[in-house]
Design a protein around this ligand. Structure first.
Ligand SMILES: [Mn+2]
Length: 416
């Protein structure tokens, strides 16, 4: 038999507040459902986070129904577990996967408590020649549950041998640095004799271990960091009827994801905003954009501005940069992340300076931090102090403006 394993569809995620992005997530999921049909899969496994949030738009529910209905029509079983994003807001409440189950579109696997004992009655589903055991997201409480699953399987499996799939929504240690994972290969090891395929979800990075454990990653791009993992999607698994011999044959189905273009711009070398606006990466397309055109989808462009600004921050017009990117990339949307710093180091003054000297030194140093003003820092300092004196002496505002204009003119003449 064949089955498809996917996870983390995150339907309903209006990333960057964009309806178009929510449609992207729906399209990716729908493509995988269509592929499960065209690949003649008998079973679709959803390893959690079908939905992005339990508080969702009716449209999102209809997207799920619309994608799943053709599977129902073809008699393909869908078996799902709830991920952390699917959980109901209120404890003991129904989640949206229950609603899909009520409609007959999927089977939701859950663990129950009966007379204080854990019950796996609703955690197991047999489809064709396969047995699926599913545990919903339980966070760090997974390890003790797995002990009970093993106890149960150690009775069931020898009694009724069958290709057994363990469906979990949990992170595996060692995949994402710093991620507090509920699973380690050591905690899973005792299940080895009873489980033929571990179908994971939760971590959006795709990975596999020992021809035994598989994590398909997110279908669309939930966070921009995921774009570095291109090989994400649905895993199509072929198993021999009856008992498995050797590792399963797998093939990846990759959805047509929205292209992301990531630009990075170090600002340290630009003396003024105009030089920054002319930067070539902003005004010329790169290969990612060309790929985006091939797919026929407008990209999301993210620009990260980094480094230390050499000119006054107020001179940097982010809206102008956004317009340049719009004109170059014709993107779906532009995100600018301004991570720049300005020189905030302390101003050093000589110890025996008078109050007026301290003032002059501070003003001069602040002026000189703007690369465009550095050359004429003395002239700028003199002008600023003159204007300050005029303001303190309650000079006529018109005269102050005149003084500033005169300075500008002298300066531009001096610069030729
Ligand atoms: Mn997720």
């Amino acid at each position: 038999m064949r089955f498809m394993h996917l996870a983390d569809a995150h339907l309903g995620y209006r990333q960057y507040n964009s309806d178009e992005r929510a449609r992207d997530f729906a399209r990716a999921f729908q493509q995988m459902c269509e592929r499960a049909i065209s690949e003649r899969c008998e079973l679709l496994l959803i390893a959690g986070d079908l939905f992005h949030s339990s508080a969702m738009d009716p449209r999102t529910f209809l997207q799920a129904v619309g994608a799943l209905e053709p599977l129902w029509e073809q008699g393909i079983d869908v078996v799902a577990i709830a991920g952390n994003h699917d959980r109901a807001r209120k404890s003991h409440g129904l989640n949206w996967l229950h609603a899909l189950q009520e409609l007959g579109l999927l089977t939701l696997l859950e663990v129950g408590i009966e007379n204080g004992e854990l019950s796996l009655e609703h955690a197991i589903k047999i489809v064709g020649g396969a047995r699926v055991v599913g545990i919903p997201y339980v966070g760090m409480g997974l390890a003790p549950l797995l002990d009970q699953v093993r106890d149960c399987l150690s009775v069931v499996v020898p009694d009724l041998p069958m290709f057994t799939i363990l469906l979990l929504h949990a992170g595996l240690e060692g995949e994402i640095p710093g991620f507090r994972a509920a699973l380690t290969m050591e905690t899973l090891e005792p299940l080895c004799p009873y489980v033929d395929y571990v179908a994971l979800g939760h971590i959006h990075k795709p990975f596999e271990r020992d021809d035994w454990l598989y994590n398909p990653g997110s279908l669309e791009t939930v966070s921009i960091d995921e774009t570095k993992w291109e090989h994400r999607g649905g895993i199509i698994v072929e198993i021999e009827d009856g008992l498995i011999t050797g590792p399963p044959i797998i093939e990846w189905a990759i959805p047509d994801r929205r292209p992301f273009v990531q630009l990075e711009l170090g600002v340290d070398t630009f003396r003024d905003p105009e030089a920054l606006y002319r930067f070539h990466a902003l005004t010329s397309k790169d290969h990612a954009q060309l790929r985006a055109e091939e797919i026929g989808q407008k990209p999301v462009v993210e620009l990260r501005l980094q480094g230390c600004l050499q000119f006054d921050r107020s001179g940097l017009e982010l809206s102008r940069i956004e317009q340049i990117i719009e004109d170059t990339y014709h993107p779906l949307l532009v995100r600018i992340r301004d991570l720049t710093e300005t020189d905030a180091s302390e101003v050093t003054v000589s110890e025996d300076a008078t109050r007026a000297e301290i003032e002059r030194q501070v003003v001069r140093e602040l002026v000189a931090r703007d690369a465009g003003r550095k050359e004429h820092a003395d002239a700028w300092t003199a002008m600023l102090l003159d204007i300050k004196d005029m303001a303190v002496g309650r000079s006529d505002p018109g005269r102050i403006i005149e003084e500033a204009r005169g300075f500008r003119q002298r300066l531009s003449e001096a610069e030729g």
